[in-house]
Design a protein around this ligand. Sequence first.
Ligand code: BGC
Length: 474
Amino acid sequence: MNTLTSPAQTNRQTILVCFLAALAGLLFGLDMGVIAGALPFIATEFDLSSHSQEIVVSVMMFGAALGALGSGPMSASLGRRKSLLLGALLFVIGSVGCAVAHNLEILVISRFILGLAVGVASFTAPLYLSEIAPERIRGSMISLYQLMITIGILAAFLSDTILSDGGHWRWMLGIITFPAIVLFVGVLTLPESPRWLAMKDKHELAAKVLKLLRNSDREAREELDQIRESVKIKQRGLQLFRHNPHFRRSTYLGVLLQFMQQFTGMTVIMYYAPKIFEIAGFTTTREQMWGTVIAGLTNVLATFIAIGLVDRWGRKPILKLGFSVMAICMGILGYMFFIGINGSMAQYTAVTVLLIFIVGFAMSAGPLIWVLCSEIQPLAGRDFGVTCSTMANWIANMIIGATFLTLIDTIGSPNTFWLYAVLNAVCIILTLVFVPETKNISLEHIERNLMRGAPLRLIGRQDDSRQHVEKPAL
Ligand code: BGC
């Protein structure tokens, strides 16, 4: 991943545009994080069972899966800018709805609307970012997006903590309306993606936008030529999926990767952090909330480790390390819950292990799965492939969010954490068998290897072009 090494060369307008689009990532994080602190108060006010609490948490992911599914066709026909605008509007409506909900039904509908917004944002923002950022900072821009998600989660945990003293859960949920309005107004000022304009044959407008965003007319002209060349390859994802077994493999790999990310159990910690601190023996709301803030801060800081290492160590070693750390931590936590957490020494040990788990995730699967999902798809099927994997993220997220409390209630805390330990161990094996190393390999090279039928774990190899591989079906 490139770094922002030469800010002077990078048009300030571009940075502003990217920042605004990344604000969508912040909202994504805010909405994911906010429920952790608000849930205990909501449960008390509406007298909710564990199952109803799970519905409140997971209906957002259901909306997000649908939002991501609809975003592919929507951003292709309406454009990236209008899709983002709709996403921002849904963020505003959903946040206000949550804040004023006077019964469970309204709350669930509002969370569903927020989910739609998150789904639209999680598909459209990275797409817009990758299309508008100059090549030399494209990698940093995708990392910036993940960083904004983690900052959003942390900000939500912080505001929850501050508001928890009076149990102001409506404010916790409602306060997100403000950044949502900023996003809406901000997106109004954003230019349309030059790539989308070119796809719609609006070349003059595309040239205008590029002139605004690039340092010189020459740079703008060269980029427009490249864009024109690449949009000649029409997106024909579904057709390709039906007829080409190799594209089916990369689509399934994207889906598998996102399931792996979710089955680490990180999302459970993000949604139910105060509850986990309660199980660990921290009985006061204050202790639980501050513990949650520290968890969010750890998540932000450890994301920088991934940004620094991803292009030096490569994807696979970091993923293997991350899954191993997470498997061990989940195993230890399960054991600690099994023998019982008595005394402050045991409590702090449990918290330390939990934080190490978070570091394990944030330095590996957190950002890397998103990076890999955008790298492994061939150009003609990229929109379709990324839609499928983004949807898989939300479906898996929903399964995890909707089952955690039931698992704790039925099989108990130790077994639940051991189950996650086993799932992380399975992820190590899946990484070894299926995940390619894509460090320093051009996307064209990956595509060539994939379409020649190279095994998935080898599609990032330089020398695969020399091996005999079967002819693609399309
Ligand atoms: C994941 C979320 C997770 C978050 C934590 C994202 O990449 O998709 O499910 O909760 O990272 O930082």
